[in-house]
Structures are given as C-alpha cells and as structure tokens.
Design a binder for this molecule. Structure first.
Ligand SMILES: Nc1ncnc2c1ncn2[C@@H]1O[C@H](COP(=O)(O)OP(=O)(O)OP(=O)(O)O)[C@@H](O)[C@H]1O
Ligand SMILES: [Mg+2]
Length: 214
C-alpha cells in the first residue's frame, strides 16, 4: 500500500536546494536520505511531513494531496498518522518522562507499552523530570512518545544522533520491527551511512537532485 507519494518537489531558501524531487513510500518500507550538510535534507523532510509548503510540487499522504486538506483534517492526519522525530525533542520540560508518554497515550487512546520502554532502555529513569535526563535518554523518550501513538509514517531526522553505536543499532532494529508489525513506513535522514544502508532504500540529495543509491 502506498503511504506517501511526492511529485516534483522544488524548494529555494537563499539558494535553490532541490528541484523535481519525487519519492514514494510504501507500507513496510524504510527509506534513508543522506547528503552533505546544508544540502536540504531536513527541509525536504519538513516538506514531506506537512510542516513546510514546497515552492512547487505535491505531497500525498494516505491518498490525500495535503495541500488541499482543510486545517482540521490536516491536524487530524498529523495527530493520528504521522510520527515526527526531529533534532529538537519537543518534550514537555516540566514533566517527567512518563508524563510525556501519558500525553501521547491519552491523545491517541493507545496504551504505553512496557516492552517499548524496556527496548529503549528508559524504564529506569522513566519517572525523572525530562530536564534531568541525558541528551540520549531524552532522544529515546521522544522516540517512545512517537511510537506510543502508533503512527503510519515515521519521519526521523538524525533520531540516533545522541546515541552510542550499539544503542543506535538497537533503536534502528526497533524501528524496523515497528514498521513491519504495523504496516507502517519510515523516512529517515542521517549522516551515518552505515545506519542509512540498514534501510530498504537509500537516496542521496546532491546537486539539487535526489538520486536513489540503494
Ligand atoms: N527556515 C529557513 N529559512 C531560511 N533558510 C533556511 C531555513 N531552513 C533551512 N534553510 C537553509 O537551507 C539550507 C539547507 O538546510 P537544511 O537544514 O535542509 O540542510 P540539511 O541537509 O538538513 O543539513 P544538516 O545535515 O546540516 O542538518 C541551509 O543553507 C539553511 O540555511
Ligand atoms: Mg538537517
């Protein structure tokens, strides 16, 4: 099943980042996007995940062209079906890790799974305030929060950037199992080519074009 289809995307900030970028994501598929710093990977991920309007081109998610969706429908799509894991974690700072997960569980009416917390190694510090956690622990709490709501598409920008190699691999395995079991898909942006090549498909953003390299 097709989850996301992007056609002929172009975007310019100070300079043109890319033009005529097209991409398809199917269920159970993981895609990695690599490329030099400043090439526009995060910008592309923002466009694919509805956060930014492209200068031209279309993005369809679960069959709907998102540029034609009314505000309320777009908000519902984001809340129910999209999981965004970005460099800044957007956790509620005054709350504990667990309280942050409770918010996601409440909004999505899905349970918090102990198994998930165990896999992400955040069972121990789960009742500590977010501000007391290490950067890597915060990153894993934000991954737990996103997976708790059971999104159809995971958009992740360097989700393992603060983690040691072993933990990063374990988190990647968790993502792969998640998308397999939930017929979901993932688009991952990373500098780490080894992690990228664990994904089913790999694209490189270079010279304003997105080229499939795996
Ligand atoms: N909101 C914005 N306004 C103006 N310029 C922007 C904005 N966001 C990004 N840019 C510019 O677009 C270019 C690409 O940025 P982007 O963050 O997409 O790169 P990236 O490939 O993700 O880089 P990195 O690997 O360092 O994260 C940069 O030159 C950046 O300054
Ligand atoms: Mg970036």
């Amino acid at each position: 099943m097709n989850l996301l289809s992007a056609q002929n995307l172009s975007h310019t900030f100070e300079y043109e980042l890319f033009n005529s970028v097209s991409l398809e994501l199917n269920s159970k598929e993981s895609i990695a996007i690599i490329g030099a710093s400043g090439s526009g990977k995060s910008t592309l991920l923002h466009i694919l995940s509805t956060l930014l309007k492209p200068d031209s081109g279309t993005v369809s998610i679960l069959g709907d062209d998102i540029s034609t969706l009314k505000k309320a429908k777009l908000a519902k799509l984001k809340r129910d079906s999209l999981g965004l894991i970005f460099q800044s974690h957007y956790l509620f700072k005054g709350f504990s890790a667990y309280e942050n997960l409770e918010v996601a569980a409440m909004l999505s009416k899905k349970p918090i799974e102990d198994e998930l917390l165990k896999r992400l190694k955040i069972l121990e510090p789960i009742n500590q305030k977010v501000t007391e956690l290490s950067g890597g622990q915060q990153q894993r709490v934000s991954i737990a929060r996103v997976l708790t709501k059971k999104p159809k598409i995971i958009f992740a920008d360097e989700p393992t950037g603060n983690l040691d190699k072993q933990t990063a691999y374990e988190v990647m395995e968790l993502f792969f199992e998640y998308i397999e079991e939930n017929e979901a898909g993932m688009i991952l942006v990373t500098h780490d080519e080894e992690l990228a090549y664990m994904c089913q498909s790999v694209y490189r953003l270079e010279d304003k074009e997105l080229e499939q390299v795996k």
